[in-house]
Design a binder for this molecule. Sequence first.
Ligand SMILES: Cc1cc2nc3c(=O)[nH]c(=O)nc-3n(C[C@H](O)[C@H](O)[C@H](O)COP(=O)(O)O)c2cc1C
Length: 155
Amino acid sequence: MSKKHLLIVFHSQSGTTGRMADAVIRGARHPDVDSVEVRALSALEADADDLLWCDAFILGTPENFGYMSGAMKYFLDRVFYPCEDRVAGKPWAMFVRAGNDGTGAISSIRRILTGLAVKEVQEPVLVAGDFDETRLRECEELGLTMAAGLEAGVF
Ligand SMILES: Cc1cc2nc3c(=O)[nH]c(=O)nc-3n(C[C@H](O)[C@H](O)[C@H](O)COP(=O)(O)O)c2cc1C
């Protein structure tokens, strides 16, 4: 059976979103899910070919100035037109790290992805305020849920 493809694209400047990404990747690569190939990339290196390659994707960003990070915006700027009309219906989810809010990052990503007609299938994992290690478990679950759901064909 050919493998399904899960793409994880994230950005982190000072490392905390990166720790969330590590947990998401760990969940997505759970040994029980063996027919999903996971590709994890920085938002600065991922491109339209990666988004076209995947069957589902997860985005991770800090909130900066009430918006997604500049690097995540740079990714979406580069993929939007090459992927328009070619990714409709793909399942996706996001995780967000914020100093105290996070709603601006979430809404800005949703607004752009609405234009790609992709389908958000999980609630975002938002870790705001002091970094709470126990929330990494939710990140791991997000990765596992997306991978297992893709494998089972539930999305
Ligand atoms: C330039 C800058 C702007 C920020 N703006 C916001 C903001 O608008 N809202 C918020 O809740 N946190 C804001 N923060 C806090 C970051 O979201 C927080 O430090 C986060 O942990 C950074 O993630 P990282 O460790 O993955 O780089 C800002 C941080 C920086 C450096």
